[in-house]
Design a protein around this ligand. Structure first.
Ligand code: ATP
Length: 333
């Protein structure tokens, strides 16, 4: 069955609590009863549980936790974000794939998703633990913006906001916050890391790739990050479909991005950002390679720098590039 048709069928089945009649499916896809039956069987073979009741039709009872293009597309509600999806079972790094696809002409909004990465990266050459295949989200969104390169790093903050909004929907009752600039934490532990990279020349962006790793269904982590990492499952006790989280992140990102490109800054989004900013109003330690210091986090500027007020009253606007921020007593607080 062709990818688009499969996505449409899944979307239709998912949109109803009740049964969808065979007749409706025949009309929708312009095919015979036998063809509908074959399409349904193909989904069943892929792990979808579909109940078929004569005289009533078909009902989707459960879906496997796939991040296939059809599974993602069937849940998307966006105009452009994630509308072209590439899926890899295993890859080196989705950022590297997205850069290659961008050079080959992939459109703005292309999404690259993998079940596992062998070379997942964080900032400054650090690693991103990604070998727990099929349990987390490893994805890269490709943008081909019209704006000037100086604004590009700000999209990291938009992605952090989008992931926070999506995780809030599935982590009811838990604290989901942004750890400026590029992480999202659940209950103070890191559940998402974002790595934005750009290809540009003076005054012109070829493309921007936003790599995002989200810990979803991992029940444990390697020793090195056991204390500082969170997954949705560990914090809520519930598994979530990765495709749902991806689709919701795309939804929120598209909204925030549309807002951002009006002004190329965060002026319209700052209030919402700060409402989710970990450590705001509290003392933080800025790990600047030129010298560490502490101060009270006061929020962000419209350009996305963190405002830190030192004890002597001076205000520093911290630029994300080389800096990490810690809570005074722990990772975020
Ligand atoms: P910091 O979080 O220390 O301020 P950073 O934002 O530069 O630094 P990233 O580049 O976002 O960090 O991520 C890399 C770091 O995240 C690694 O050094 C490791 O400590 C931690 N890490 C790696 N993989 C995961 C994961 N799957 N979940 C949570 N944390 C991880």
């Amino acid at each position: 069955m062709e990818e688009n048709r499969k996505a449409q069928l899944l979307k239709l089945l998912r949109s109803r609590d009740a049964y969808v009649s065979g007749q409706e499916l025949c009309e929708q896809f312009g095919v015979s009863r036998t063809a509908v039956w074959k399409m349904i069987n193909q989904l069943k073979e892929e792990g979808y549980e579909i109940e078929a009741v004569s005289n009533r039709g078909y009902c989707l009872k459960s879906a496997p936790d796939l991040t296939s293009p059809e599974e993602i597309t069937s849940r998307l509600t966006t105009d452009w974000a994630g509308r072209t999806v590439y899926h890899f079972g295993e890859t080196g790094s989705t950022n590297i794939d997205a850069k290659r696809l961008a050079d080959e002409g992939a459109p703005h909004g292309t999404l690259v998703v993998a079940d596992t990465q062998t070379m997942g990266r964080g900032r400054r050459g650090r690693g991103w633990e990604s070998e727990d295949a099929g349990k987390a989200v490893y994805m890269t969104l490709l943008l081909k913006p019209q704006f000037s390169p100086e604004y590009a790093s700000r999209v990291t903050l938009l992605m952090a906001m989008a992931v926070t909004a999506a995780l809030e929907e599935v982590c009811e009752g838990q604290s989901v916050q942004i750890k400026w600039p590029n992480d999202v934490v659940i209950n103070g532990r890191k559940a998402c890391g974002i790595l934005t990279e750009m290809s540009a020349e003076p005054g012109y962006i070829h493309h921007v790739v936003i790599g995002t790793g989200i810990n979803v269904n991992q029940s444990s982590f390697p020793k090195e990050i056991e204390q500082t990492a969170a997954s949705v499952l560990r914090e809520t006790g519930k598994m979530q479909p990765r495709a749902l989280i991806i689709a919701r992140v795309m939804f929120f990102f598209e909204q925030y991005y549309e807002c951002f490109v009006q002004t190329h800054d965060l002026s319209a989004l700052r209030e919402q950002y700060e409402a989710h900013l970990a450590g705001i109003g509290r003392e933080v330690r800025v790990l600047d390679p030129k010298g560490e210091y502490t101060g009270v986090s006061k929020g962000i500027t419209d350009s996305g720098e963190l405002i830190v007020e030192k004890e002597d009253g001076t205000r520093v606007e911290v630029y994300a590039g080389e800096v990490s921020v810690r809570g005074l007593y722990g990772y975020t607080a």
